[in-house]
Design a protein around this ligand. Structure first.
Ligand SMILES: C[S@@+](CC[C@H](N)C(=O)[O-])C[C@H]1O[C@@H](n2cnc3c(N)ncnc32)[C@H](O)[C@@H]1O
Length: 274
């Protein structure tokens, strides 16, 4: 599927998405925005999957919307959250109580639980925790599984330096993104409530802006890879590349540099010079 095709298809689902949105609880901060979830909705419909697995639930914003989609279409849905001690747990559990029959809430690490939840059913995966290189590693491992039809990565905006450049380099034109300018023009109107509620927690968020920083993307951004004729060698090279990055990021030296803010100073300099 090309980006232009996704944009057109999303137009045909936006009315039914708006019904789901209007019936849902108020937007929860940290949540995936409505225009982004419209992209997930479109892909769930177009790929005809039978199951959805989400990693990273927090306060259950994306979870409720996906649960409603799955309920409507009779799909199986599993949501995984790592942090069972967070205050978000109570918020999510209350919000998701009406969807017990459609959505199973799991506690644990996506790396461990996700492979166990796969079976013969065609599945779409959404990763919103872990993040960055760890999200890519999880997603790439899932793309090696036959029944995984697509993987969606959240927080892959154009300034996500450890995610977006690699996704673009390896998947090129096959990457579908919710920060595509035409897509944003068409569907950002869905997000008014998301900006309002997000700003109650994180002041200074707006389209193409976070705090005082200009962003090259409209918002957090979902990027999608459809699992169709992906070159195995390319996938293995990408996994090796990510493993090397993880090794660096988990090294003592890198963590120390991060602590004293050296990494973000280098990043800022890099963006200023390029
Ligand atoms: C941005 S929040 C998710 C928001 C949620 N998708 C929504 O739209 O409301 C990210 C969540 O991912 C969780 N997380 C981080 N690493 C994880 C992992 N390895 N497995 C499962 N969850 C993880 C965090 O604890 C956090 O609650």
């Amino acid at each position: 599927m090309k980006q232009s095709e996704l944009n057109n298809k999303a137009s045909s689902y936006v009315d039914s998405y708006e019904v789901i949105k209007s019936l849902s609880s108020t937007f929860e901060p940290k949540g995936i925005f409505h225009s982004e979830l419209l992209m997930a909705y479109t892909l769930i419909k177009e790929l005809g999957v039978e199951k959805v697995i989400e990693s990273g639930r927090a306060r259950g914003q994306s979870t409720e919307i996906i649960a409603r989609i799955c309920q409507q279409d009779g799909l199986e849905f599993h949501s995984i959250e790592y942090d069972d001690k967070s205050p978000d747990v109570a918020v999510a559990e209350k919000r998701l109580a009406p969807y017990k029959d459609v959505c199973t809430l799991h506690y644990g690490d996506g790396f461990e639980l996700m492979p166990k939840l796969l079976d013969g059913k065609d599945t779409l995966i959404i990763i919103d925790g872990p993040k960055g290189v760890w999200a890519q590693k999880l997603g790439l491992l899932m793309l090696k599984k036959e029944n995984v039809k697509a993987v969606l990565f959240h927080d892959t905006h154009r300034d996500a330096y450890d995610s977006r450049p690699r996704l673009e380099r390896y998947f090129g034109r096959h990457l579908l993104v919710s920060d595509d300018y035409e897509y944003v023009d068409a569907f950002s109107y869905l997000d008014d409530v998301c900006w309002q509620e997000t700003n109650k927690f994180f002041d200074g968020y707006a389209p193409y802006k976070r705090y005082n920083t200009i962003m090259r993307s409209y918002a957090g951004t979902l990027s999608c890879v459809i699992n169709n004729n992906i070159d195995e060698t390319m996938l293995d090279n990408y996994i090796n590349d990510i493993n090397r990055s993880i090794l660096v990021k988990e090294s003592l030296l890198f963590r120390l540099a991060n602590k004293i803010n050296l990494i973000s100073m280098i990043k800022n300099l890099h963006w200023k010079l390029t």
